[in-house]
Ligand binder design. Sequence first.
Ligand code: DNO
Length: 359
Amino acid sequence: MTMEMTFRWYGPGHDTVTLKQIKQIRYVTGIITMLYDKMPGEVWHQDEIHALKKEVEDAGLHIAGIESVNVSDAIKTGSADRDKDIAAYIETLENLGKEDIHMVCYNFMPVFDWTRTELARRRADGSTVLAYNQAAIDAMDPDKMFASISGDMNGTVMPGWEPERMAHVKELFAMYQSIDTEQLFANLVYFLKAIMPVCDKYNINMAIHPDDPAWSVFKLPRIIINKENILRLMKAVDDPHNGVTFCSGSYGTNLGNDLPDMIRSLKGRIHFAHVRNLKFNSPSDFEEAAHLSEDGTFDMFEIMRALHDIGFDGPIRPDHGRMIWDEVAMPGYGLYDRALGSAYLCGLWEAIDKEEKRK
Ligand code: DNO
């Protein structure tokens, strides 16, 4: 068993990249996708999943996992509707299991999914990248966050930033007002304990995505941010199906996180990997570099080596790419730079693998 290189694809009508293009990257064999129009709390029906799967398979690829089945704010805050939403989530998992899909990525971030202050920061070579600046966040009214970045979305709807949800930002903030990190953690454990039986039955690996950036923004509680917290979660629900999406670009936002060490400490529990590089201009300002180690702050070889050392055999994908060669696409999710990323990561992996076998 070895890792499988995959590519995120948003589904028919939601992506500028086609399955045919992805197939021609060659390095990639698996697709990470979702039913894009589903709101958190809605059931994904088996026939809908089946149709998506067929479309992917007709292109000579296969679904290697789902990113994401989103968790509702009722589940995250533990409000009155949570058990109803958990029942719907279980039904969705059951339908995915019946369609032979065994990995589900999700997150437990309050209100905003990932947060960036710029979606198109220009670099010296003319490429544009997503970037984060803490001072810009500190100066921003959270109600204005969506408006401030929506103009740079290139006409796409970015996951986690759906206009329908963003129209209710004030109410969303109010829902989390009395939730601290301990309460949020308890709500996450409650959710995981409720879904583990169906995961065990259908062998579904749940893979929690870290909070990005890995600290509190706008005073909202954030918990999936470091080694201590993620290991606490693994122990609190000690089932191999309770696992992790190891995202180097998200955990890596906090320079205190030793990424290879975190990977090693999560042996057996990493079900999905997002591998990308960040370039820090200062501890509170970073931008998303090319995957190449030299272009950023992380040692990508050491990250891949740690994954190899723990026998990682799940789906892995290049993550946010730069916008290059005049491509117009969802920020972070164009074809070209992610394709380059996949080739680079495969090259690192092949070299590590062959060196190991030679020993
Ligand atoms: C951003 C992504 C996240 C991720 C979710 C998982 O580009 O990595 O939106 O998909 O947090 O639920």
